[in-house]
Structure formats: structure tokens, C-alpha cells
Design a protein around this ligand. Structure first.
Ligand code: NAD
Ligand code: DAU
Length: 348
């Protein structure tokens, strides 16, 4: 029986990973450790809350003594580390928050894992969830491979790159068994409405301006969040120790093209005349240091582990919009309070 610590399990991707593991592995104990920052929400997991193999722990990964004490008590055999500050725009406003959580928090977890198992790492694993943003930006051609050099451009991606390096360094220095995955942009249910897709869904619903950064021709590679969770399960159980796997959607879109598809679907679902919400598109000042294009080469995980996305973008986007339309209460809860302050600071 494994005792799996999933950090950041109340967040967007983490909640889908926790749900999958709790339901699929009833004989493993799944511990969700989360500080419940603005991005963490236990409502995301109300359906698994009562499961006997599920345990929630409210804690801060920046607090080294609390993390050590939790490892002493629970003797976690495995860690899947998702807890992070995750929004690029916030990292431009407050880089140190990203250093604290993403760098110091990760090192605290690595230390606690190392000190708990003291070299007796047989059957143990530290699995670190990272991003394609560590590779920097691409021109019009090319793809990020696992061997692409790190070249982060935002405080967020610099903090994630640093955490990746620490994980690898602990593997080399202390012999800790680790895996790392670097994934492209996720979308789907439960994503906080600071990220492009849920922000724009919410703004279309409320007839608010859709703030397109710069010329709108920035390109991202989009993956449905449940397909990311499936990939994480596969890497966790079948991936090779000491390896990195890139995960991507084989699904590149320029922002403005994606926004037009989103508006078309939303106008249909809201019963508005076709193209009605296009008038909400508003070009605004660009994000500083904005990476022009990300695109993942996911050949390795496809060839070695047989993973590929299970839904098309059209299916995933439609399911995502439906989820937000059916879960207005969720949106109301997460956008009350501090969200208004963030929104005014970022967009006015
Ligand atoms: P998120 O912001 O939705 O969730 C982050 C979670 O971490 C929240 O539940 C939050 O409460 C928790 N958290 C933050 N600080 C903490 C702390 N100090 N201690 C304990 N918990 C804390 O993020 P997400 O989009 O779900 O991303 C999860 C992970 O996946 C991150 O590591 C991110 O870098 C990575 N990632 C995200 C994407 C994406 O498109 N969203 C793509 C690739 C990789
Ligand atoms: O690539 C993986 C990364 O994807 C993850 O590591 C990050 O955690 C996640 O936030 C995401 O980063 P991006 O910066 O690519 O995502 P975001 O949704 O913030 O922006 C997507 C694109 O849309 C980007 O080119 C900026 C643009 N954008 C975003 C917002 C919020 C706008 O034009 N307007 C906006 O208001």
C-alpha cells in the first residue's frame, strides 16, 4: 500500500489528479496537502471528500518544520508535487511569492522526503509537475523536446525552472528517485478565472471586455486537464525513474483564433446571434516578456508509455464551457472577495 502525498490537490490540475487517484487506487492512501490560497478550493473535490482512502491536510509547503512533522507522522512513500504559484501575470507583480512557494517550498519537500527515507529509497518516488515555460519561447517553427535547454523568461518560469533543477540535483546528490513532467497549457473544469480560457468564458457570460494582450498572435499548445491527469497517472506508475517527459496536446492555437472559436461556441450556447460577443474583444497592453510561442513534442511519452490526448480540442472546449455554464455558483464563490482587487489591478 502506498501513502501518496499530492501537493496542490485543491487547485485546478491537482483536483483532477486527486480524484483520479482516489477513485482508481482504493488500496492506496491519498493525502491532499494544500494551503488553500486564492487558487485552492475544496469545492473542487466535494465528490471524493468522504472516500475512506482520501485525507486532506491544510499546510504551507514553505513551512519547513510543518512539512517535516507531516512526513514524520505519515511516512509518505510517494510525492506528486503540484503546489505552486501558477499565474505568469501575478509573478510579474510579486516575484518573491513565486520564489517562496515554487523554489523554497519544493526544496522543503525534497528535504523532508530525503530525511524521512535516509537513503532507503526502494519503492519510493518524488514526482515533480512542471511546465513547458521553462524552455522559454519558440519562433514560428520547432518544438520543445526533453533535451531543449532551459531558457525561462518570466519570474514564474524562472521559479519553475529552479525547482526542476533542485529535483534533478537531489537525484544526483542524494540518490533520490524522481520523475519530472513538463506540460503545455491546460484547460478544463475548475480552472481559476485568471487564466485565458476561464477568464474569457466568464467575461463573455457577463458581457465584459475580453482583454487580448498585444497583437493576439501568441501561440499556445492546449491540453484538456483530464488528459494531463491521465498522463500523470501513467508516468507515476509506468514512467522511468530519473526521466523527464514532455506532455502536450498536439494542439497549437494563436490566442485570437482560439478566442474566436470560444466566442462562436459561447454565442451558440447562450442563444446569442452568431458573432455577437466578438464586439467584446479589446486589445490591451502586452504582458512584459511575453513568450511568443510554446509547442510540445510529446513523442517520448507517446512512444514509451502509449499516451495521447483522448479528446479533441472542440470536444474539450465544449465540455469546459458547459461546465462553467452549469457551475455558476462555483464561479461566484471564487470571484468574490480578493478576486475583484486582483482584476482591477490587472485590467484597469
Ligand atoms: P493552481 O494555481 O490552480 O493550483 C495551485 C494549488 O497549489 C492551489 O490549490 C493552491 O492553494 C496550492 N498552493 C499554493 N501555494 C501553496 C503553498 N505554499 N503550500 C501548499 N499549497 C499551496 O495551479 P494549476 O494550474 O493547477 O497548476 C498545478 C501545477 O501544474 C503547478 O505546479 C504548475 O506550475 C503546473 N502546470 C500548470 C499548467 C497549467 O496550464 N495550468 C501547465 C503545466 C504545468
Ligand atoms: O504553458 C504552461 C503554462 O500555461 C503553465 O505553466 C501556467 O501555469 C499557465 O498559467 C499557463 O501560462 P500562460 O501564460 O500561457 O497562460 P495564460 O492563460 O495566462 O495565457 C495564455 C495566453 O493568453 C498568453 O499568450 C497570454 C494571453 N492572455 C492571457 C490573459 C490572462 C491574454 O491575451 N489576455 C489575458 O487576459
Amino acid at each position: 500500500m502506498k501513502r501518496v502525498l499530492i501537493t496542490g490537490g485543491a487547485g485546478f490540475i491537482g483536483s483532477h489528479v486527486v480524484r483520479l487517484f482516489v477513485n482508481k487506487y482504493p488500496n492506496d492512501a491519498i493525502y491532499n496537502l494544500d494551503l488553500l490560497t486564492y487558487a485552492g478550493n475544496l469545492e473542487n473535490l466535494s465528490d471524493v471528500d468522504g472516500a475512506t482512502n482520501y485525507h486532506f491536510i491544510k499546510a504551507d509547503i514553505v513551512d519547513a518544520s510543518a512539512i517535516h512533522a507531516l512526513f514524520d507522522t505519515h511516512q509518505f512513500t510517494d510525492v506528486i508535487h503540484l503546489a505552486a504559484e501558477s499565474h505568469v501575470d501575478r509573478s510579474i507583480t510579486d516575484p518573491l511569492a513565486f520564489v517562496r512557494t515554487n523554489v523554497i517550498g519544493t526544496v522543503n519537500l525534497l528535504n523532508a522526503f530525503r530525511d524521512t527515507w535516509k537513503g532507503n529509497f526502494e519503492g519510493k518516488m518524488f514526482y515533480h509537475i512542471s511546465t513547458d515555460e521553462v524552455y522559454g519561447t519558440l519562433g514560428e517553427t520547432g518544438l520543445f523536446e526533453e533535451t531543449t535547454s532551459y531558457d525561462p523568461n518570466s519570474p514564474y518560469s524562472a521559479s519553475k525552472a529552479s525547482s526542476d533543477h533542485f529535483v534533478r540535483a537531489y537525484g544526483e546528490t542524494y540518490g533520490m528517485p524522481y520523475k519530472i513532467t513538463n506540460c503545455s497549457n491546460n484547460y478544463g473544469p475548475n480552472q481559476f478565472p485568471e487564466k485565458l480560457i476561464p477568464l474569457f468564458i466568464n467575461n463573455v457570460i457577463n458581457n465584459k471586455a475580453l482583454p487580448v494582450y498585444g497583437d493576439g498572435k501568441y501561440t499556445r499548445d492546449w491540453l484538456y486537464v483530464i488528459d494531463h491527469a491521465i498522463a500523470i497517472d501513467l508516468v507515476f506508475h509506468k514512467g522511468k525513474l530519473g526521466e523527464t517527459y514532455n506532455i502536450g496536446g498536439f494542439n497549437e492555437w494563436q490566442n485570437i483564433e482560439l478566442i474566436r472559436v470560444l466566442i462562436k461556441l459561447m454565442d451558440e450556447k447562450l442563444g446569442r446571434p452568431a458573432g455577437e460577443s466578438e464586439k467584446l474583444i479589446t486589445y490591451v497592453t502586452d504582458r512584459p516578456g511575453h513568450d511568443r510561442r510554446y509547442a510540445i513534442d510529446a513523442t517520448k511519452i507517446n512512444k514509451e508509455l502509449g499516451w495521447k490526448p483522448s479528446v479533441t480540442f472542440e470536444e474539450g472546449l465544449s465540455a469546459t464551457i458547459n461546465w462553467y455554464l452549469q457551475n455558476e455558483a462555483w464561479m461566484e464563490h471564487v470571484t468574490s472577495g480578493a478576486y475583484q482587487e486582483y482584476y482591477n489591478h490587472q485590467y484597469t
